[in-house]
Design a protein around this ligand. Sequence first.
Ligand code: PLP
Length: 419
Amino acid sequence: MAVAEERLSVLGEADPELAAIMEREFERQQYTLELIPSENIASPAVLAALGSWLNNKYAEGTPGRRYYGGCEYVDQVESLAQRRACELFGAEHANVQPHCGSGANMAAYMAFCKPGDTILGLDLSHGGHLSHGSPVSFSGILYHAEFYGVDRETEQLDYDQVRGRALEVRPRVLVAGASAYPRIFDFPRLAEIAAEVGAVLMVDMAHFAGLVAGGAHPSPVPYADVVTLTTHKTLRGPWGGMILCPEASAKAIDKAVFPGVQGGPLLHAIAAKAVALHAWTQPEMADYAQRVVANAKRLAQGLVAEGLRLVSGGTDNHLMLVDLRPLGLTGRQVQEAFDRARVTVNRNSIPFDEASKFNPSGIRLGSPAVTTRGMGPEQMDEIATLVARLIHNLGDEGVEREVASRARTLCEAFPLPYN
Ligand SMILES: Cc1ncc(COP(=O)(O)O)c(C=O)c1O
């Protein structure tokens, strides 16, 4: 039986109210063009591990060193996930227990910093993540957070500036990685800067882990002291996090994850991470990673050709930011119009944005989910046209209806892998 139908029939009997909501969410995903770059579509095999009896097991500790009995099989599950992560990314040690990317970052800081120590990360409004030192996150509350930003002209990192900031604030941890930076970080240069100031280099590859796994993006692993990632974005796994590090830091990282930050591991999620990591050993996944980047570039070119301004002029990875300021529009109104037209994007700050974070001047788009559905260059051209039509005719109900119908046609031609 089809994956979605099977789930809904089990749920429908046990809890019809919830099943009805989940069915509507399934329809939303099936017939919406998903352009949020941090989202993806997990395979049926990943969902099978996730929705399994591994959910039932408590296993505080690490394989072979648990605080509970009955762990012989979950030990094997976790060891398998660890081995696959190390092999895929060329790391010496992997902790696969973090429940999410923010938790992975929290554990990484805890392994290397005391409260009050200085961390230096990319400014949130220049593409950084909340967990890189924002004052509203644990990272800015527990640590003294300083920031570097992109160059005003190029809207890309200027490593002399990053070095200057590092020399000025002497961080304990230099954080690289981003949620909304469309370019590639220079890991060798960052490692040099970290070494010069005696900092730990932490790379948060939450967004581009899948591109690294598929060889479509340079790997930070040989250069960083610690690498954190999420497993649900370009990596196409279950919701979750992971930490990679050299053997020398393994104990500190493991201790920081448990008991430092978390309690029992989610073995069902760890099993699903193992499934996702295994998938990356298949040649079609390397091809997927290349297609994600090629599709993002093609979409970016299409948007520029339609008269839209992209931050830094384009993209080298899976995402891009449209600057709405030249059009006199704001992120929230555009995001809402897109929702009505069944195209999902998210509003986002852009570098040197003077608008509020709740209604910033940009939208962020990405190619991972539509590429998972099998879309290619021709569909990217169509999506660029749809995005531009919506933006240039904001609030026009006729255009919204037309875009919704064309988005649905695309989605019907490239269904979710759950039928
Ligand atoms: C760079 C980066 N790090 C960490 C995270 C946090 O991940 P999570 O939402 O799983 O906590 C995100 C999420 O978008 C991210 O973009």
